[in-house]
Design a protein around this ligand. Structure first.
Ligand code: C2E
Ligand code: CA
Ligand code: CA
Length: 388
């Protein structure tokens, strides 16, 4: 691992910059700071053995704070490639744990930067729980003041090139922070259990929208539009909750055939026996079940027949790497073949360009979803689109 030296006072990186390196301090001290209303706030003072800059590295997002060498400092530099190689080599279980914890950690870190009083590295752990509670309270407030909203991304049926259905995706219209993506709050909501109420709300809301969409496109010879709704594993922990979802479905009056619940692959991996029971109960309500992010959760293909699945969504990462990596392309082709043999529909997600679209055509996918075709948008925008 290469090293790098910084003289006292040197700014190592600045908040807002794009980051692709993390640093391990060998010697010296580094101050991590941000500014609040033009005033510099020191968040942490780090010393030998401590790491900084790793958040931007993992989340591929801009630096959330500024790092300055407080004394002459010697570091080891960890590059994105080096980290990725280490993650790739890790045990799948460890990889899964890393992803879950880091997602939550990145959220609390950001939240701390925006809302918290200054603190030192020594006290930040103590404050962690406090901040989790602050996020929890913010979500609670947001639910009451109806700040959550669903966007809908069209899913295109490759048989006729028309919209076959939609995926409902949550957004948070935050009064101070603007539109917040689910990547920033679903992790916390899952950790606190709030996702259970939010998910039930999302299902109800999405089915309401589906009824309006179906009423617009109601022609002979046109299959009815479907709605895909994401369901967190947390929502399926208690079988009582499955009954509550069943009640929402029944109240909506929507034909359950047109409802797909998207379950992530990790749910099946973490506890296959519970998942089999939970999914069977959902299936008995008549809805269709899709396995989301397929290919990322290290599930064994031999599991698939255990679950009453209808649809397999090939994860975006495969779709976007496929064009440049013949091995991935072969994997996608093999997964598609297996899905067909098991009578599963295939949705390829994250299609961003024509090259990817052409590859997918060859694999006989049933549906495609991605920015190339349509972005997630408000219910109002979808209604206007369907009326065209
Ligand atoms: P997901 O289920 O994999 O949803 C697809 C994500 O890919 C969405 O991100 C969508 O905006 C994005 N996407 C679609 N096409 C493209 C493309 O061509 N390129 C790229 N780069 N991205 C594309 P979004 O809306 O930020 O949602 C992120 C994740 O948050 C979702 O991933 C899902 O796991 C979770 N989520 C969203 N809404 C809900 C919800 O209501 N309940 C639960 N439990 N999770 C939700
Ligand atoms: Ca999904
Ligand atoms: Ca997905």
């Amino acid at each position: 691992i290469p090293g790098q030296r910084f003289e006292a006072g040197t700014v190592i990186f600045e908040r807002g910059e794009q980051g692709d390196k993390a640093y391990l301090i060998r010697d010296g001290r580094v101050e991590i700071s941000t500014d609040q209303g033009g005033k510099k706030v020191v968040i942490a003072n780090l010393g030998p053995g401590e790491v900084f800059g790793e958040l931007a590295l993992i989340s591929h997002q801009a630096r959330t704070a500024t790092a300055t060498a407080a004394t002459d400092t010697e570091t080891l530099v960890i590059s994105t490639e080096r980290l990725q190689a280490a993650i790739d080599a890790a045990d799948p279980l460890l990889q899964t744990l890393l992803r879950g914890n880091l997602g939550r950690f990145i959220w609390t870190q950001r939240f701390m930067l925006q809302h918290a009083a200054p603190k030192t590295a020594e006290t930040s752990l103590e404050h962690q729980a406090e901040h989790d509670m602050a996020v929890e309270a913010d979500i609670q407030r947001a639910m009451k003041s109806r700040e959550f909203e669903l966007f809908y991304q069209p899913i295109i049926d490759l048989r006729d090139g028309r919209i076959g259905g939609f995926e409902a995706l949550m957004r948070w219209r935050h009064p101070d922070r603007g539109t917040v993506s689910p990547g920033e709050f679903i992790g916390v909501a899952e950790a606190t259990g709030q996702i259970v109420a939010m998910g039930a709300w999302a299902l109800e809301e999405a089915l309401d929208a589906l009824k309006r969409f179906q009423a617009i496109v109601d022609g002979p010879g046109r299959p009815p539009l479907f709605m895909s709704v994401n369901v967190s594993g947390r929502q399926l922990l208690e079988l009582e909750e499955i009954d509550r979802l069943g009640a929402v479905l029944a109240r909506s009056g929507v034909d359950p055939e047109q409802i797909k619940l998207e379950i992530t692959e990790s749910l099946l991996v973490d506890d296959p026996m519970h998942a089999a029971v939970a999914l069977q109960q959902l299936r008995e309500k008549g809805v269709r079940l899709a396995i989301d992010d397929f290919g990322t959760g290290y599930s064994s293909l031999s599991y698939l027949h255990l679950f009453p699945l209808d649809t397999l969504k090939i994860d975006r990462s495969f779709v976007s790497d496929m064009v440049h990596d013949p091995r991935r392309e072969r994997i996608v082709r093999a997964i598609s073949g297996l899905a067909r043999d098991l009578d599963l529909n295939i949705i390829a997600e994250g299609v961003e360009n024509d090259e990817e679209m052409q590859s997918l055509d060859r694999f006989e996918c049933d549906y495609v979803q991605g920015f190339l075709l349509a972005k997630p948008q408000t219910a109002g925008d979808i209604e206007a689109l369907l009326k065209q």
